[in-house]
Design a protein around this ligand. Structure first.
Ligand code: SF4
Length: 337
């Protein structure tokens, strides 16, 4: 039996761009996150995944739909309830430098949320908790009186994680937490988050564009394209049996560590640019780049359906009532590396 801590139902987030134009950043997205799991949200930059994270946090007003966290509607919380909500849900940001106040010491950065929420009565208790948090993220108490610029990118992200942990949250939204880091440091930060998840029983929404890192950390994964969720399933299933043509193309771009298999790897090349979310294609939003696109794809938006157990996809290829599935293009374009 699933224990849903977060439910996102038909969420839309549009931005008014003036002159009667609207940017459809998130368009009718639904998914849930179970307590204690890591749900990965992947897709190219500009696909709306960070906007979802911010709308869940209540940093953006929603345009439509619902976000239910711990049985409460996030966008209908009263002031006091919002305060409690932000204690339970915290965010780790992409750019660890921009998200840390350069004029504050590490101690001030980490203790600020605890002071606002009045968690400790004495300065000594508060300082001890700062030391404890620094140690939990692989730093030490000597770092407390230094400033963010004195640290490397990976260390700064560790400070960001310590700050996110300060209020003992249940749920963390990690918004591209490793994108700004060197490749050598990315795995260390992912391993730290994994460890903290185990130790503290945390639930994560992990937003990223690097599919290989997402695989390492996520139990289930949702794939986004141009504001739409196009596929969702368990992590291993997604990598072994991707159904949506966009997921197949994304996965074909990941290098394989085994040199024999890597040599034979073929990459699906997507044609064209990512369309603008101000003027998305009719029908299926992926149809302008999809190697399998059919006539119906420009006319009808594919329905989100469970095509195999716990494997959801939005694509006409899996529509059983559709008889003619002839692609408009000859063959998917596949290139050897
Ligand atoms: Fe491609 Fe059509 Fe499926 Fe969209 S619905 S992914 S265009 S085959």
């Amino acid at each position: 039996m699933e224990d849903k801590i977060l439910e996102v139902k038909g969420l839309k987030k549009y931005f008014n761009m003036g002159k009667d134009s609207t940017l459809q950043a998130v368009n009718d997205v639904s998914f849930h996150v179970n307590r204690g799991e890591t749900f990965g949200l992947v897709g190219e930059s500009g696909c709306g995944k960070s906007t979802i994270g911010r709308t869940i946090m209540g940093l953006y007003h929603k345009t439509d739909g619902e976000v239910i966290f711990d049985n409460e509607n996030v966008h209908e919380l009263k002031k006091k309830e919002q305060f409690e909500f932000h204690q339970k849900m915290q965010m780790i940001f992409q750019d660890p430098y921009a998200s840390l106040n350069p004029r504050s010491t590490v101690r001030e950065v980490i203790s600020e949320p605890m002071e606002i929420h009045g968690l400790y009565k004495t300065k000594k208790e508060l300082l001890n908790r700062v030391y404890e948090l620094l140690e939990e993220v692989g730093l030490n108490r000597d770092h407390a009186n230094r400033y963010p610029h004195e640290f490397s990118g990976g260390q700064r992200q560790r400070i960001g994680i310590a700050r996110a942990l300060a209020l003992n949250p249940d749920f963390i939204i990690a918004d591209e937490p490793i994108s700004a880091l060197d490749v050598s440091v990315q795995a260390q930060v992912v391993n730290l988050m994994k460890q903290l998840k185990e130790d503290k029983g945390l639930t994560f929404l992990f937003i990223a564009h690097d599919l290989s890192m997402v695989k390492q950390f996520s139990d289930r994964i949702g794939v986004m394209y141009l504001g739409n969720l196009v596929e969702l399933t368990e992590s291993s299933e997604l990598y072994e049996k991707p159904l949506h043509p966009y997921t197949q193309a994304l996965l074909s771009a990941i290098p394989i560590p085994d040199p024999d298999i890597e040599e034979k790897r073929e990459r699906i090349i997507l044609q064209g640019e990512l369309p603008s979310p101000i003027n998305p294609p009719s029908g299926c939003v992926f149809r302008t780049r999809c190697p399998m696109a059919m006539e119906v794809c420009s006319q009808v938006r594919p329905v989100w359906q469970e095509v195999e157990q716990k494997h959801f996809v939005a694509c006409h290829l899996y529509d059983k009532s559709l008889k003619d599935k002839t692609p408009l293009r000859d063959q998917p374009e596949i290139a050897p590396l």
